[in-house]
Every structure is written in C-alpha cells, then in structure tokens.
Design a protein. Sequence first.
Length: 329
Amino acid sequence: MRLALILLGALLMPTAAHAQDKPKWTLVIHGGAGIIEKDKIKPEQEAGVKAGLNAALDAGSKVLAGGGTALDAVQAAIQVLEDDPHFNAGRGAVFTWDANHTLDAAIMDGSTRAAGAVAGSMTTRHPIGLARKVMENSPHVLLAGAGADQFAKEQGLEQVDNSWFDTTERRQQLDKMKANDKLGWFDVDLKYGTVGAVAMDAHGHVAAATSTGGLTGKRWGRIGDSPIIGAGTYADDRACAVSATGAGEFFIREGVAHEICARVRFKGESLKQAADTVMSETKALGGTGGVIVTGPSGEVAWSFNTPGMYRGKASSGGDRIVAFYGDDK
C-alpha cells in the first residue's frame, strides 16, 4: 500500500508542478516588424516606442490582474497604441495615395470564436473598438468603408476628422514614395507598424486583436491581412491566439494566423514551433513580418523573419519584457 501511494505521488508531482508553473494570465503585444535595426532607429524614436509598448502592457495587464477578460485586455492594450503616433494604427497611421487615412482592425474571442472586423474606416477614433461593436452588436463579422463608420456613429463611438490621424513623419513618407517610383508597393521604410495584442485570462480563455493603417501609398481600396480573420488575426481556446504584422498580401495567401493555430491544435506543436514554421513558409512565398502568440496553457511565443519587431510581454508571474531587435532576449 505504501509503495502504491509513493508511486501515485510520483505520478502526480509533475502535474502539480505544471499547475504551479502556469501563469494565471498572459499578455503579448507587437507594434510592427521590418527593417528595425539599432543603427536605423533614432534614440528619441526608440524611447517613444518603448514608452508606448510599456503603456500598452500596463493597460492590458491591469485588466487581467483585476480578473478581467482576455478580450477586454487586448482591446485596452490596442487602444493605447492607436492613440500613440509612434505606431501605424489610429493616430500615426500611414497616408494612402490620396493623402488620407483608411484604418483596419479585427478582434476575436477564443472562447466562442466570435469575431468582428472593420476595413477602410476613416472617422472612428478607435477602430479596434468598432471591431468589437461589430462582433457584439451586429450579425456580421466584417464591415467596410462609410458603412463601418455609420455603424460606429450608431453605436456611439467617438468620431474625429480624418486629419486627426495626420503626423508629419507619415506625410513625409508618402511624399518620399511618390517622388521615387522605384520604391515599390510596400512601406517606404519597410517597417510594418501594425499593432496587435494576444492574451490569456484567469479563466484560461484567449483573445486576439490587431489594428493598422495599412501600407504607405496604398490605393484602390487595398485591404491587408489585419482585418481578415484567419490571416492577420485569430483566436481559439482549443489552440492559441495570434496577431500578425507584415506584408499582408502574403499573410492572406498563407492564412498565417489560422495556420499557426491549426498546427498547434492538430499536430500538437509548441506555439514557437508552429509560429516559426509558418513564418518560414510565408517567407518562401515572399512575405516578411512577424507574429505574436499565446495559448490557454500560458505558453507565449513570437516569431519574425525581419531584422526586428517591436514587441513586449507580461504575465501574472512578473515576467515582463519589451524588445525591438533580433538579438534582444
């Protein structure tokens, strides 16, 4: 009998240890990926981005530490970044070819797989808040253009003039692009400043959110991967939550966010293994960028095939990191 109890205790010990190791909540954010290298980032820009990422982590962590939902946490973190001109989302969004701003966002609840998204919003201050309203207060998943902003008004969301999103730096990027037709279709500085957040809450539920101004000089109503559920944004309690940033056309073709979740769910891969594999496959298509991931187990990961990615993470265990470059730990 004694031997049986000893053996039973030995079998239970790893499970107990694992339960103790699992954080009560996790939060991971990104502020874009691309040619982010130490010799190309000015000290004042680095300081501003770092402050913005920390503020977003603070906002999301406060929700989670107070017992709030992963959905509320990712929205809180994103709204901080949408108001920060250092990022390509909300205020600070890039200019289209026609010198205005069209904003995209998506949010997804991993517990129900409910989702909401918006593309081409022009007057709603917080596109991620509009995406949440689409998810909760409409029968649809994705609204676009003037109709999306009309729905936002009906939902009582704050409206601003499109010029509210202007910044001098973004205007200079557009002018530079128009002056040199050899710069190609993608962002002048090859920094995809899309913002994103993924979280796991104390109930073990996950959520994902992404918001972006798209690409400098985009035209013809171009829409990237951010508001496309399964491409730039996806969350499923059976696997993980993913937010992406990068060359959206390739992320759409790869179905990046869903592909990562599928590898975790059906192949049993770790979040890091799945993310690295999918980012490698995306690069093979010609796409660059990165992803952040968290799961109901408390595991977190990020992966990018660019020189750097603005990113950060926090958890109930006090683990907190803000990083920029490829060699950051």
